[in-house]
Design a binder for this molecule. Structure first.
Ligand code: FES
Ligand SMILES: [Fe+2]
Length: 361
């Protein structure tokens, strides 16, 4: 599978890189070191010293530079070697590849493509953790699975009543009667420049157990889900009193205050072909009686349910060479998203000046 390079990949929560901290990470098989210099700025290099290939993540931050702690080569913020112990001159071509890196929405983002095309405005609106309207606790888990399986899972929420019957599903299968709802596997899909927007609603459906004290047993639900490259899932769920969506002519009840609102931001980052990190935060709006901890607990339970199913699925896929999945109507959105990715990859290769990672020596 070809990866998209010209986009921002979330590599960690910002709190994982402390003051002048050094963080070894990996994106798309590429070991990378991220560090924070004395100025507070972040820098990212290939995690491989150009001398004898020792990991720079074992290095020491000096000002805004990073010193390899094997034989002491020192690299400036642009990856150029600026000091070799015992020598007064430094070859001008002695350098490590550096990556554009940004801190935004409590997370660290790496641009894996051409640095000249790194555009900060393309960092996904992953707000929530540090937004005054939401109560959220960040989390993450590692998967032994290809990242596309996790993207497909997030693009097809028809798994919710089955995989999450004990967490989100509330112990009962959500009715998918097309007379009263836009079924979750359909939704109204709008193509965005870098992803999809999927809007779906459910009328007079059962409320998740943790929200029943606040909302009641039954509510109308309005869900807006943006899914952006490379695997950014942004989901806003609003609950209205039953009948509100019908009264609004099938649209979001604009004149009515929701009974409850919650938001989830998630990022799927490929580390290698069989290792993926799934970052998430999920929480209610500030006025909810349910705590951020309550949401985090349910999220962790639900996301563990996904991981169990997907890693089991990966094992079967790996044991079944040549057996292709039979795609159905609920896979339409994953196919649409893949078309967006393929268009962006084609665009990227047209701009063939993309700087590729240095080949391993
Ligand atoms: S390996 Fe880094 S200085 Fe020798
Ligand atoms: Fe799920």
């Amino acid at each position: 599978m070809t990866y998209l390079h010209d986009c921002w990949y979330m590599v960690s929560w910002a709190s994982d890189v402390g003051q002048q901290g050094v963080l070894p990470t990996q994106v798309m098989d590429q070991p990378i070191v991220v560090y924070r210099g004395a100025s507070g700025a972040l820098f990212a290099f290939d995690d491989r010293c150009r001398h004898k290939l020792a990991p720079l993540s074992r290095g020491r931050v000096e000002g805004d530079a990073l010193r390899c702690m094997y034989h002491g080569l020192k690299y400036g913020p642009d990856g150029r070697c600026i000091q070799i112990p015992g020598r007064s001159d430094v070859p001008t071509n002695l350098r490590v590849r550096s990556y554009p890196v940004q801190e935004a929405h409590s997370a660290i983002w790496l641009w894996m493509g051409d640095p000249a095309r790194a555009d900060r405005t393309l960092i996904p609106p992953f707000e929530g953790i540090d937004h005054p309207e939401w109560k959220m606790i960040p989390g993450q888990m590692d998967y032994e699975a290809h990242f596309s399986l996790i993207n497909e899972n997030l693009l097809d929420l028809s798994h919710v009543p089955f995989v999450h019957r004990n967490s989100f599903g509330g112990g009962e299968e959500i009715p998918l009667d097309p007379e009263v709802s836009i079924p979750m596997q359909e939704g109204e899909v709008t193509q965005l420049d870098r992803g999809l927007r999927i809007v779906f609603s459910a009328r007079s459906g059962p409320v998740a157990p943790m929200l029943r004290a606040e909302v009641g047993d039954v509510a109308d639900t309005w869900t807006t889900n943006d899914f952006l490259v490379p695997g950014i899932f942004l989901l806003t769920i609003e609950l209205f009193k039953p009948g509100s969506i019908a009264a609004a002519g099938g649209r979001r009840p604009a004149d009515e205050m929701p009974l409850h609102r919650n938001f989830s931001c998630q990022a799927v980052t490929p580390r290698s072909a069989r290792r993926t990190t799934y970052f998430y935060a999920f929480g209610p709006w500030k006025k909810s009686e349910v705590t951020a901890e309550g949401f985090a607990q349910v999220a962790e339970m639900a996301f563990a349910e996904d991981r169990e199913m997907i890693t089991a699925q990966q094992k079967v896929i790996d044991a079944s060479p040549g057996v292709k999945p039979k795609l159905l109507h609920m896979d339409k959105r994953a196919a649409m998203f893949d078309a967006v990715v393929q268009r962006l990859i084609a665009q990227e290769s047209q701009n063939s000046d993309r700087s590729l990672p240095e080949p391993a020596p």
